[in-house]
Design a protein around this ligand. Sequence first.
Ligand SMILES: Nc1ncnc2c1ncn2[C@@H]1O[C@H](COP(=O)(O)OP(=O)(O)O)[C@@H](O)[C@H]1O
Ligand SMILES: [Mg+2]
Length: 255
Amino acid sequence: MSNILEVKDLCKTYIINKRQNNVLKNVSFSISEGEMVAIMGPSGSGKSTLLYNVSGMDSFTAGSVRFCGNELSGFTESELSDLRLDKMGFIFQQMYMLKNLTIFDNILLPSLQSKSNTKSRKEKVEYAQSLMRRLGIIDIADNDINEVSGGQLQRACICRSMINSPKMIFADEPTGALNRTTSDEVMDELAKLNADGTTIMLVTHDVKVAAKCSRVMFLVDGNISGEYNLEKWNADSQLRDRERTLSNWLMEMGW
Ligand SMILES: Nc1ncnc2c1ncn2[C@@H]1O[C@H](COP(=O)(O)OP(=O)(O)O)[C@@H](O)[C@H]1O
Ligand SMILES: [Mg+2]
């Protein structure tokens, strides 16, 4: 499998009141097409910063990030914005849904904005509907975003992240605000997407979430201090074992 993401010596430094905060310190890793990778680590270790910087949401201080073979720092702002729209999907906790649009229109919008999505408007509408049906939220299509539950909103975010059939989805604690049952359901949807070929990189604090991924990277103080490979998850029966071995490893890592 070829690498969809190649990160080399990535550094990110914030400067606040003339004080330097080196948040990412020479981070290097690759993700191959089709992987589902979890980033874990203590609060403040730089997980969100890493996600923003490798997905072109923020500009890094030094190093190299290649996405589908293209160096991100070589892109203009508008090229980056097209890349994010066409090739990447985002599921973030502060969900960035537009308050003046219905759930359906929020999901549809990125496909109308995309220059490279060649579907007709009718096809885009039908695809948005089919995604909503698949995620079990078609009945809230016409609701405002403040008229739905957290789980429904998170599912809507997944639909929106998929609308342009991205090559890779980036998710920052996608289940962080959800109860156990809803979290499991959302994770199962992400795992299905991954089984259909979408590469996924997600940040999580939840061992049960990470146990459904194929690899876990542990970030401490802006460095990857270890990584753990799991087989691809395909049956619930293995879940307990996966959680147990992963928990043991996390404890060794100082979790
Ligand atoms: N926009 C920002 N400006 C300045 N400092 C930031 C910014 N975003 C994050 N940081 C700092 O970077 C560090 C890592 O933050 P973050 O990536 O959010 O960690 P995590 O997601 O692992 O909890 C923290 O010290 C945080 O204060
Ligand atoms: Mg974070």
